[in-house]
Write a protein of this length. Structure first.
Length: 227
């Protein structure tokens, strides 16, 4: 079994604003204390000086030799103040052991329609938090699988409806909140094409992440918005 003693992932903060059109309110890591088995979500809460959450592009670069993880996003902005999430992922188990600097950079441009198709520097920020990665959990390394199911209705209200994509499943359907806390776990057995209806009316409004998990593997997370 592949083991690591400890990885500390450091997100360095820098701040540079040419004009205060866009900046990062905060960065969150999901799960809060990941192991090498986990796909880690890096979520930056982006505040713009006006409204609009149109993501022009997001790109990610992992430089293992220099232990850097660079994430870039770009937003269009409109007439009202708002907060937009910028989300990217990486898998801890794919990285060599060590300390990493995670640099989240977001640019913004002043209008919803960008005639140049690029991201003008109307405001650029990078920001920081810290997360510690410990060794593998008791179930050993879990191989991450591609999406095996779709979320048909999104945003959701009373129910979330999932559909099995390729082959039958016998796994736990897990829903975690934006702090990485598991709020629902339900075993599901279904065949290809089947629909799975899960009641979510008790969940508070917000962003959640859904994935399938069993003893040997897990799927990539799907973002779910609860109205």
């Amino acid at each position: 079994m592949k083991k690591i003693s400890q990885i500390t992932l450091l997100l360095l903060i820098g701040l540079k604003l040419s004009a205060q059109y866009v900046w990062i309110d905060s960065i969150r890591i999901i799960p809060i204390s990941p192991t090498m088995d986990d796909t880690v979500l890096v979520i930056g809460e982006i505040r713009t000086a006006s409204a609009g959450c149109d993501l022009d592009y997001t790109e990610m670069e992992i430089d293992t030799s220099n232990k850097l993880i660079k994430i870039k996003g770009c937003y269009a902005i409109g007439p009202l103040d708002t907060i937009c999430p910028s989300i990217d992922t990486f898998q801890v188990g794919q990285l060599p052991n060590g300390n990493y600097q995670i640099i989240l950079t977001v640019n913004g441009f002043e209008t919803i329609v960008n005639p140049n198709g690029d991201c003008s520097n109307s405001g650029e920020t990078t920001k920081v938090t810290e997360v510690m990665v410990s060794g593998t959990n008791s179930t050993g390394h879990k191989t991450e699988q591609p999406y095996q199911f779709n979320l048909i209705n999104n945003p959701v209200k009373e129910f979330a409806i999932f559909q099995v994509k390729q082959h039958g499943i016998n796994s736990d359907l897990v829903i975690a909140d934006n702090l990485g806390r598991i709020v629902l776990r339900k075993n599901v057995v279904a065949s290809q094409g089947d629909k799975i209806k899960i009641e979510v009316s008790h969940l508070a409004s917000g962003i959640y992440y859904c994935y399938l998990e069993n003893d040997s593997n897990k799927t990539m997370a799907i973002k779910m918005i609860k109205d």
